[in-house]
Design a protein around this ligand. Structure first.
Ligand code: AMP
Ligand code: ZN
Length: 140
């Protein structure tokens, strides 16, 4: 997706309206128009990137600088018991808007949001195999 076609870049540029929550030189936070709970906020980098792995660590650090306060503010304002900080990367992971963003989703006990967490157990040896494979790909 090009920056010209990106709905979040248009919001950042002021071409599409949003309910703005916070803005600085690097980051914009606004209400999600299709919330899964009241107070659902999106936090975006002003620099267009598609996913976490494509994002400059410095741009990610700017998001990290504001996330604690924004998450706490959402939780307090919505009198939430907790919240999810969520980032979908790729269509298979549920990403619909191709501009990397974090969701802050305030939660209340038994609210029924995300009822399923399909956890399973690794068979013998599989965790080591997968751990080795991931470590081989790290370039830090
Ligand atoms: P994702 O599935 O992680 O890509 O999430 C995209 C989110 O963007 C969804 O929760 C949408 O409701 C939200 N969204 C799409 N268009 C807009 C918009 N114009 N303003 C605010 N939120 C939007
Ligand atoms: Zn964009």
């Amino acid at each position: 997706m090009s920056v010209q076609d990106c709905i979040f870049c248009k919001i950042i540029a002021g071409q599409i309206p949003c309910t703005k929550i916070y803005e600085n030189e690097f980051v914009l936070a606004f209400l999600d128009v299709g919330p899964v709970s009241e107070g659902h906020v999106l936090v975006v980098s002003k620099q267009h990137t598609s996913s976490v792995d494509q994002t400059d660590p410095r741009a990610m650090a700017e998001i990290a600088k504001v996330l604690p306060d924004l998450a706490g503010s959402v939780k307090k304002a919505m009198a939430a018991d907790g919240y999810n900080v969520l980032c979908n990367n790729g269509a298979s992971a549920g990403q619909v808007v191709g501009h990397m963003h974090f969701h802050i989703i305030p939660r209340k006990a038994n609210d029924g949001v995300f009822n399923q967490w399909p956890a399973f157990q690794y068979p013998e040896g599989k965790a080591k195999e997968i751990g080795d494979k991931i470590r081989e790909n790290i370039s830090l």
